[in-house]
Design a protein around this ligand. Structure first.
Ligand code: PEP
Ligand code: MN
Length: 358
């Protein structure tokens, strides 16, 4: 059982959300202070800045390192904001704690490595500091859970998760695609765990930061973690995704914050929900009928000594279903994915039978 206690610094932003903002990297005293002062003036209470930067490829800016901790101390002293930075090993933990960093975060690349997370957890034994854990680079809930278990076993109870999207190969809209169902499942497994969204790393480009922020709130995120830079185009890291303090203001002003669902809201929704449930039941019955027929067809294939997979048949059925879906205005990719799942289950049933009778 992972014990979760409140992170006091999470007092909501403008009476709405937990808001953590600041540059990707602390680059210079001046850059850090300018950004911090403009965010503090907008009511932000937690300032982020990477001091040690884990870069996927060598040769990029790897952070200003330990000297930058002084700039964070100055942010605290001059603005009253709490500060947070990324730690990836025990030396970072010790230096950050010594400099009075209020909240630590573990980056996506680090969450992926149980050795590194354990080293951080060991360095944190007996310390009383909140830790935010970003999701691992790959969409594996177990690794994310493992990090919380290691930190919890070290006595850390002020914990929160940051969903920053997951890596995939090839062309895509987002730099790291969100997979909202994963943090939802994490929240179910660790009740009370705050889930914050980092739309900046998900987006990878400025224009998508605001829509992703709204999407996160629509998915009930508890807060946002946003990269803000006074001169994003010349930022030494992540220059395409950082936004200016002015753009940050527009973003926060435009956010639609949802209210909690009340009993009367539930009453308005009920007839629709009942109908949807009814349709889901009909779908379950149709699925069972489809599988029964597929099993019978499987017996025939076996009698006729035919292979289970008949690729032409598969393609023509898939195309037919997509065409049928288009008539009703259904999204092609969605219909294809549903068909693939249906077909895979039929084939698995037929294969099972083949193997049992061998
Ligand atoms: C960051 O927040 O600047 C960072 C390096 O993030 P991530 O670990 O999500 O890539
Ligand atoms: Mn970054």
């Amino acid at each position: 059982m992972i014990e979760i206690s409140k992170i006091e610094q999470f007092d909501v932003f403008a009476g709405k959300q937990i808001m953590i903002a600041g540059p990707c990297s602390a680059e210079s005293e001046r850059q850090v202070m300018e950004c911090a002062l403009s965010l503090a003036a907008q009511g932000v209470r937690i300032f982020r800045a990477g001091v040690w930067k884990p870069r996927t490829r060598p040769g990029c800016f790897e952070g200003a390192g330990t000297p930058a901790l002084k700039w964070l101390e100055q942010v605290k002293a001059q603005t009253g904001m709490a500060v947070t930075t990324e730690v990836a090993n025990s030396r970072h933990v010790e230096a950050a704690m010594k400099a009075g960093v209020d909240i630590l975060w573990i980056g996506a690349r680090t969450t992926t490595s149980p050795f590194a997370v354990q080293e951080i957890a060991d360095a944190l034994k007996g310390a009383d500091v909140p830790v935010l854990v970003k999701n691992p680079i790959n969409a594996e809930l177990e690794l994310w859970m493992g990090a919380f278990e290691r930190l919890s076993a070290a006595g850390i109870t002020r914990l929160a998760a940051i969903h920053r999207g997951f890596s995939s190969y090839g062309e895509r809209i987002y730099r790291y695609s969100p997979q909202w169902q994963i943090p939802v499942e994490l929240r179910r497994l660790i009740p009370g765990l705050p889930i914050i969204c980092d739309p900046s790393h998900m987006a990878g480009k400025r224009d998508l930061v605001a829509p992703l922020s709204q999407m996160a709130l629509d998915m009930k995120a508890d807060g946002l973690f946003i990269e803000v830079h006074t001169d994003p185009d010349h930022a030494l890291s992540d220059n395409r995704q950082q936004i200016t303090p002015q753009q940050f203001k527009q973003l926060t002003d435009s956010l639609m914050i949802h209210k909690d669902t009340t009993a009367s809201d539930m009453a308005v929704l009920k007839p629709y929900r009942d109908k949807i449930q009814n349709i889901d039941r009909q779908i379950a019955s149709l699925l069972a009928q489809r599988l029964d027929l597929a099993r019978e067809a499987g017996d025939l294939k076996q009698m006729l000594n035919l292979a289970v997979l008949q690729p032409e048949r598969y393609r023509s059925l898939a195309d037919d279903m997509v065409a049928e879906g288009l008539k009703y205005g259904l999204n092609q990719e969605f219909v294809r994915a549903v068909f693939e799942a249906l077909h895979a289950e039929s084939i698995n049933n037929q294969l099972d039978k083949y193997n049992k009778t061998k």
